[in-house]
Design a binder for this molecule. Structure first.
Ligand code: FDP
Length: 333
């Protein structure tokens, strides 16, 4: 393997996210630094959420708000706080002209029409796990806007399609906090060291195993899965694979990314078009997954080939080790 100057292994051990972003930026002579700043803004909001998640039980941040979000799901206090933190960080940063979030029905205009980028975000994924100290995460997706700089951004900026993402990733608040992202080249992970207040490169150039023996799905929905999915799961059981389902997409995805495995959220009776959101869950994870050697499909087409038509569109999602995803596809009609 050739280790070029921009390769993560060419960097000294203990590389901070800031330094890594700067280092990557210099590899692109025409980079203006705006995308770098946007990634730093996201990381900063992630540090704040890390702090709030970690003290949630102490300062009455657990529990519901008593209201529902645009998805009709009950909004948790931390959901709302994370949404505010990320929106604020992105507004103050100045590089994003608009944001869409799981928590808001419409586009949020940042007031910075000169910003080149738009961001789609799920500020706190895995809401049902917030109150019980189980891993949760933030998922983000960044596009270069297609509307003219200086004008008001529009829906078209967000409905470009997954292959046009310029960066995507997630922050997992788990046994430790880790930010994993790609700008379309390699996928890299940075573990947060709270004592230093820094994300440190811990998982350079992630290559996921081609095959695995772990499957992640909500077994309680089994009866409403289509026959092909049920067949595939029966085979997983016959082969004595391991079932692991945390119920936080980011956490399940992260484990499978590192260890090899498949995550499945097929259509169900309750969610006939799938439960997960295309723009700020499936697209960013699929973009990252492909960079790490995984596959992501809706069952009918590659996730990244789906043409989005609305901001909060849902999709079925099968994502993970390529051999497992291909095997599953062999059972789908
Ligand atoms: P949640 O509803 O708790 O926010 O994003 C939706 C999501 O979590 C995923 O993180 C998770 O994988 C899935 O839904 C869990 O859904 P089920 O409870 O239906 O299994």
């Amino acid at each position: 393997m050739e280790i070029t100057a921009s390769h993560p292994l060419a960097l000294p051990v203990g590389v901070t996210l800031d330094r890594y972003i700067m280092h990557r930026q210099t590899a692109f002579p025409y980079a203006t630094g705006e995308l770098s700043q946007l990634l730093r803004d996201i990381a900063l909001a992630g540090k704040i959420i890390h702090r709030e998640v970690n003290r949630a039980g102490l300062i009455d941040l657990t529990g519901g708000m008593g209201v529902q979000n645009v998805q009709g799901e009950s909004q948790q206090k931390l959901d709302m706080i994370a949404n505010i933190r990320f929106s604020r960080a992105l507004k103050n940063g100045g590089e994003a002209c608009a944001i869409i979030s799981e928590e808001d029905e419409d586009i949020i205009f940042t007031g910075n029409n000169n910003g080149k980028y738009v961001v789609a975000i799920d500020p706190l994924d895995g809401s049902s796990n917030i109150d019980v100290n189980v891993s949760i995460g933030t998922i983000f997706s960044i596009y270069r806007r297609v509307t003219a700089i200086g004008t008001e951004p529009s829906l078209a900026d967000f409905l470009q399609g997954g292959r046009r993402q310029v960066a995507a990733g997630y922050i997992l608040y788990g046994s430790s906090t880790i930010m994993v992202y790609t700008t379309g080249h390699s996928a890299n992970g940075f573990t947060y060291d709270a004592s230093l207040g820094e994300f440190i490169l811990s998982h350079p150039d992630i290559h996921s195993p081609a095959d695995g023996q772990t499957y992640s799905c909500n077994d309680g929905n089994l009866d409403s899965y289509e026959a092909g999915v049920r067949e595939y799961l029966t085979i997983c059981r016959q082969k004595e694979y391991t079932a692991r389902y945390i119920g936080s997409l980011v956490a399940d995805f992260h484990r499978n990314l590192l260890k090899g495995g498949i995550y499945l959220y097929p259509p169900t009776k309750k969610s006939p078009t799938g439960k997960l959101r295309l723009l700020y869950e499936a697209f960013p994870l699929a973009f990252l997954a492909e960079k790490a050697g995984c596959l992501a499909t809706s069952g009918h087409q590659a996730i990244l080939d789906i043409k989005p038509t609305s901001l909060h569109q849902r999709t079925p999602l099968f994502i993970g080790a390529p051999v497992m995803v291909e095997n599953l596809m062999g059972h789908l009609g």
